[in-house]
Design a protein around this ligand. Structure first.
Ligand code: ASP
Length: 440
């Protein structure tokens, strides 16, 4: 049994958290590869070290004295070193190198990556594991994309020779030898890459919540947790804003069918959520999760006899493509098609899109409506259950929510419902109640 364990920023924010992490790793000998984030927030108004590094580097670039700002960052690490009582270990030399490289403009990504790098050095010392610098084993190609195959080969060979190691998250090396980071929250991706490269049995992702909840706890008080979710269900929910794990973290492990287990560092006995390729485990409720986002608008295009005009949709879509607008959904009728887009992306281009649709597809009329919220009701259990849609819509009617759009993919994995922005929370509550609260 081999496990890759990734710890998020709040799990490594100070020495007290570090000790919890040490206990978790030592409790299970199969936790052999550790991926760390930079120290995160210790309390609500606190600063993440990654953000402190970005602003410190911005000062260096403006040639403002950044000494005090860097010292504040160093103090975060020194507290951890003191708290863990790591003797004959200091990051003094590392901070001198960082100051020198900041002055030499080593780059914004280099600056941000030091958060994970330094935490990794401490973690390796604390556990007695080897330290592997991702700059030697995680690669980006010339167009700036993550080079999955080269990384998998080099990292795989390295891990074969290294039975236990700490590998900092979030960064690797660009084709020109410079440090490059993934997008924010990217340590989740590193964990997944390491899991694939060593053929791990499990990728444990430790954070500060006990996995995914059926609905957003900011809307539903103490929602029930999700025990098992498939990669595909998770994709649907993360797209709609459920954010516990970086969206791209699914891809490397998915290729090997490695399950991800989301766990809580502050509640290690909780089983958390399992993310798997497929399962015969029945979901606890008909719906696995409910998520949603506000801020969409719809462009309704009307043309008589549209159903028999070959190529009409393509022409309409071209108008969006020419204006570089991505399309979220596209329900259609006989003489109408509706294109759903993000309001903030669309707003300043709307008139250009309207005239492009007229030029390309000559419709009879175009109507734009805004303030739409989309809610995705996701669940592999919906396929085999009659009446799910009926229950959703009667719950919404009882809650006085007007449904403006419905879209169900043929995968039957989800139903997307469009409601007014103002009805968003009431709609989620009523769907949660009908599927979960009434079943408890
Ligand atoms: N430290 C980085 C961030 O704050 C990456 C991570 O924590 O995953 O985004």
């Amino acid at each position: 049994m081999k496990k890759v364990v990734k710890f998020g920023g709040s799990s490594l924010a100070d020495s007290a958290q570090f000790k919890k992490v040490g206990d978790i790793i030592r409790a299970d000998a199969s936790r052999v590869y550790v991926v760390d984030s930079a120290p995160g927030k210790r309390f609500d108004k606190d600063k993440k070290v990654t953000d402190m590094l970005y602003s410190c580097y911005a000062m260096a670039k403006k040639e403002v004295d950044f000494g005090a700002a860097l010292e504040e960052i160093k103090e975060r690490y020194d507290e951890i070193i003191r708290g863990l009582e790591l003797r004959d270990f200091s990051l003094d030399q590392e901070f001198k190198t960082i100051a020198k490289n900041f002055k030499a403009r080593a780059g914004r990504d280099y600056a941000a990556s030091r958060g994970e790098y330094l935490n990794g050095l401490i973690m390796a010392k604390y556990l007695g594991y080897e330290f592997i610098d991702p700059a030697e084993v995680i690669f980006f190609d010339e167009s700036g994309h993550f080079d999955a195959e080269k990384t998998n080969k080099v990292l795989g060979e390295r891990l074969e020779k290294t039975p236990k190691a700490v590998i900092p998250g979030f960064y690797g090396v660009a084709y020109d030898g410079k440090i490059k980071t993934f997008s924010r929250g990217g340590s989740d991706i590193t964990g997944s890459i390491v899991a694939r490269a060593c053929h791990a049995d499990v990728y444990e992702n430790w954070t500060d919540v006990s996995g995914f909840m059926v609905a957003d706890p900011r809307i539903i008080k103490d929602p029930v947790g999700i025990q098992t979710i498939t990669y595909r269900e998770l994709r649907e929910l993360s797209y709609m804003g459920a954010s516990v794990l970086h969206e791209e973290a699914i891809f490397p492990v998915r290729r090997e069918g490695i399950p991800i287990n989301i766990r809580n560092t502050n509640e290690p006995e909780a089983e958390g959520t399992w993310i798997v390729e497929s399962t015969c485990q029945k979901p606890a409720y008909v719906v696995t999760g409910i998520a949603g986002k506000r801020g969409f608008c719809t462009v309704l295009i009307n043309k008589e006899m549209m159903n028999s005009e070959i190529g009409f949709c393509r022409k309409v879509l071209q108008a969006f493509e020419e204006n570089e607008i991505s399309i979220e959904h596209m329900p259609s009728g006989i003489d109408t098609m509706t294109v759903v887009v993000h309001e903030d992306e669309f707003l300043h281009k709307e008139q250009r899109v309207v005239s492009a649709i007229h030029r390309l597809a000559s419709p009879d009329a175009i109507e734009i409506e805004s303030d739409l919220a989309l809610i995705a009701v996701v669940g592999r259990g919906m396929r085999s259950m009659r009446g799910t849609a009926g229950r959703i819509f009667s719950a919404l009617a009882h809650a006085n929510v007007n449904v403006r759009m419905i879209d169900q993919g043929s995968s039957e994995l989800n139903i997307i419902i469009g409601v007014e922005n103002a009805d968003f929370e009431a709609a989620i509550r009523s769907i949660y109640d009908i599927f979960v609260t009434t079943q408890l």
